[in-house]
Design a protein around this ligand. Structure first.
Ligand SMILES: C[S@@+](CC[C@H](N)C(=O)[O-])C[C@H]1O[C@@H](n2cnc3c(N)ncnc32)[C@H](O)[C@@H]1O
Length: 257
């Protein structure tokens, strides 16, 4: 339950509202140049390292010291800044990759719904041959570039069009960090992932902290759990008491004949 509107709960309220929305197409204003967006991101985020499941990855994120933590949400000039949060599903997925580098090594990897780019960064650190970060928010692509620079890495290819439903490309591995927050999105993802697996034998890994939309979706019965991580205290506090986040591998054949 939301308590009185403290700065943090006010901020989280914005995200709850965003999570309640359907998967509407979103894009940043094309009149804004990336340099302008870079400056905006620099001025309105803080470099964060230690508080996540992957302390070895530095990211520019919202923290309580940032202006928009307590600012009126309507003053935010872009679409909802999902990229400014390192979501628990993405944290678990990135942790799993860093602990199991062979999963990505020499592979072509797509991080779909890449947000801040942490899972794409983890895949790069693990020696992936080629990494693509896809997020329909064009500001996320700028944030991903900046986060790669922070970690001394070449940025991945960043794509901002909606790939879900398009003819599948031959990726070895698709990563989905906290992408099952909306039922319609989950359903379209599910059928597209089936298509990718049938066409190219792509492996699919999902990170999720047990959101209702994930637990209740029919894809959930077709997943094998690979790992579970306890969330750090600060991540729990920011996520309404979620305590753990898991990594799952999608096995459509589990549905039986
Ligand atoms: C909850 S955030 C997860 C971000 C990141 N994976 C993480 O775990 O930190 C969901 C992200 O998916 C993006 N998104 C939503 N629908 C999408 C779509 N159809 N294709 C690509 N990205 C999408 C949003 O813009 C947002 O950045």
């Amino acid at each position: 339950m939301l308590g009185p509107l403290t700065p943090r709960s006010r901020f989280i309220e914005v995200f709850l509202k965003a999570f309640a929305q359907t998967n509407r197409p979103r894009c940043a204003s094309t009149s804004r140049q990336p340099e302008h967006i870079r400056t905006f991101i620099s001025e309105n985020t803080e470099v964060v390292g230690k508080q996540s499941l992957t302390p070895e990855i530095k990211l520019r994120l919202f923290t309580p010291t940032c202006r928009f933590w307590r600012e009126r949400p309507e003053l935010w000039p872009f679409d909802d800044p999902y990229w400014a949060i390192y979501w628990p599903g993405g944290q678990a997925l990135s942790r799993y990759l860093l602990d199991n580098p062979a999963v990505c090594r020499s592979k072509t990897v797509l991080d779909l719904g890449s947000g801040c780019g942490a899972s794409a960064i983890a895949a790069t650190l693990c020696g992936a041959a080629h990494v693509v970060a896809n997020d329909i928010d064009t500001v996320a692509a700028v944030a991903t570039h900046m986060n790669c620079e922070l970690n001394g890495l070449q940025p991945p290819v960043c794509l901002s069009h909606n790939m879900i439903g398009s003819p599948p490309k031959g990726f070895d591995l698709i990563l989905l960090g906290d992408m099952f927050y909306d039922e319609a999105l989950a359903t379209s993802l599910h059928s597209w992932l089936d298509h990718c697996i049938r066409t190219h034998g792509t492996k699919v890994l999902i990170g999720d902290p047990g959101r209702a939309q994930f637990e209740e979706h029919r894809i959930r019965r077709l997943l094998r759990q690979l790992a579970q991580f306890e969330l750090p205290e600060s991540v729990r506090e920011e996520n309404y008491g979620l305590t753990c986040s898991s990594v799952w591998c999608y096995h459509p054949e589990l549905s039986g004949p």
